[in-house]
Design a binder for this molecule. Structure first.
Ligand code: FUL
Length: 494
């Protein structure tokens, strides 16, 4: 009897172990090649490509909350509390520039409904504040400063509005569209429009049914080159506010599946049964402090260099764009602690990525399509790529560095204008005459960064183990991390 129970228990344990070890996506054979090819051929729009290339961008949360010490305003704030004493848009833009951020997105209106520009639809705005004697327009000053410093500009306009009396009725949809139109017509080129998913009741206790399609039409009409974040068809929320993308971050997803938080998204199981697919890349938003808005009590809680690097490797380094929030203080300036951390962060990234040790290296491929030679991956030219002949979805590249080189970071890029294809790859190095595994990972997409313990070798091999269609590799790089990077290898997933 006891033996029987033991057998039963071991069988159960074995079954459980098998179930736990099962991959999240169906086995390769379960997904028809046709389905994989269809997914591999979904490509981004030109504005999605341009957005992806921004890589590192800045979020700025600033409104009445900065003066009330709240994260979510009530909508009942007196506009007279909004009074930055030393507002300096050039300081914001120059710090962004120095930090390597390519776009700044400003909370033109947060959930409290207060507008940072003299909005024609409401009195709840800067025009009734003491700032610039009620004559100021913060959206104008910030967008102008961004242009002066070569930074792109984007607008956050909260759909949820706790001040607008018409919230909860059809009239609010017109109100919101008019606000959008003002922002999209009066401030030059807008690169991104950010729609927050947070929503609740308006001042009359009512909820709103948003006319998303109508809002999208307004954006397309006035700023056809802008990408829309959230709710829209261009850019999706990664699914958390920690700035971290998935180990496998796919940009090809079933059509209009909305914001999702699952740990796996876009793998083979999502392709089965999906009637239509779309290019829907991830954006990672996170604040440099615990709050989105400035609180003096958090001056000593600016994220550490180590944390920011971890975020960078797991956002920019995982096929996503990083949107890092830096909240200005009551003066209307980025606080000294935040600025110092951003400078430190930038200088470490520069130190790590300044010298690509594989630049110009000779590359031999196991298989090559005519005209798409292997050397394209080390030529530093983003317009060229290596690919294989039809039907070849696994192949390797051997990169000859010419002499022993020590490295502990690798960078890979797919040519996303041809789609996202690679599902699994491996990096090896020739050490003492034998190939040694250095790293293995899944997706690449626009950019993949890998961290591993230092390796010294004169030859490395990049093996594409599985791809939905012929792999198209744009660039490959090897680097040695700055001594100020203390995390040699990735941390475990949280
Ligand atoms: C959330 C908002 O509720 C926060 O206040 C912040 O704006 C963040 C970026 O999005 O949903």
């Amino acid at each position: 009897m006891r033996r029987c129970r033991f057998l039963l228990l071991s069988m159960l344990a074995a079954l459980l172990a098998t179930l736990l070890a099962a991959p999240a996506s169906p086995a390769a054979d379960d997904v028809p090649r046709e389905t994989l090819l269809r997914a591999a051929r979904v490509t981004p729009t030109p504005q999605q490509v341009a957005w992806q290339e921004l890589e590192f961008t800045c979020f700025v949360h600033f409104t009445v909350n900065t003066f009330t010490d709240l994260e979510w305003g009530t909508g009942k704030e007196d506009p007279r509390i909004f009074n930055p004493t030393d507002f300096d848009a050039d300081q914001w833009a120059s710090v962004c520039k120095e930090a390597g951020m390519k776009l700044l997105i400003l909370t033109c209106k947060h959930h409290d409904g207060f507008c940072l520009w003299p909005c024609e639809q409401t009195e709840h705005s800067v025009k009734n504040s003491p700032w610039r004697g009620g004559k100021g327009d913060m959206v104008k000053e910030v967008s102008d400063a961004c242009r002066r410093h070569g930074i792109k500009f984007g607008v956050y306009l909260s759909p949820w509005d706790r001040n607008a009396e018409c919230y909860g009725s059809d009239a609010y949809n017109d109100y919101y569209k008019n606000q959008l139109r003002e922002l999209l017509t009066d401030y030059g080129e807008i690169t991104e429009v950010w729609w927050d998913g947070a929503c609740g009741e308006g001042p009359n206790g009512k909820r709103q049914v948003y006319d998303w399609d109508g809002y999208i039409r307004v954006v397309r009409q006035w700023q056809p080159k802008a990408v829309i974040f959230g709710q829209g068809p261009d850019v999706r929320w990664v699914g958390n506010e920690n700035g971290l993308a998935r180990e496998s971050e796919w940009s090809v997803l079933p059509f209009r599946m909305g914001d999702r938080t699952e740990r796996d998204l876009g793998n083979r199981k999502y392709l089965l049964g999906a009637e239509r697919l779309m290019w829907y890349p991830a954006e990672c938003d996170v604040s440099i402090r615990p709050g989105w808005f400035y609180h003096a009590s958090q001056d000593d809680q600016v994220k550490s260099l180590e944390r920011l690097l971890e975020i960078y490797y797991r956002s920019v380094g995982r096929n996503s764009v990083l949107l890092l929030n830096v909240p200005p203080d009551r003066r209307g300036r980025f606080h000294e602690n935040d600025v110092a951390r951003l400078r430190e962060f930038r200088s470490v990234l520069d130190e790590t990525f300044r010298t690509n040790l594989a630049a110009g290296a000779q590359v031999a491929a196991e298989n090559t399509r005519d005209g798409f030679h292997a050397g394209s991956v080390t030529d530093g030219d983003g317009g060229t790529y290596w690919t294989t002949e039809d039907g070849v979805v696994a192949a390797s590249l051997t990169i000859d560095l010419g002499k022993p080189v020590t490295f502990d970071r690798a960078m890979l890029q797919e040519m996303i204008t041809t789609g996202q294809r690679v599902e699994r790859f491996q990096l090896q190095a020739e050490v003492d005459g034998a190939w040694k595994d250095v790293a293995q990972a899944t997706t690449i997409g626009y950019k993949r960064l890998l961290r591993f313990s230092p390796v010294t070798a004169s030859k490395v091999r990049l093996a594409i183990l599985d791809s939905r269609d012929c792999p198209t590799i744009r660039e490959f790089g090897l680097f040695q991390a700055s001594a100020r990077e203390t995390t040699a290898v990735p941390r475990k997933q949280p």
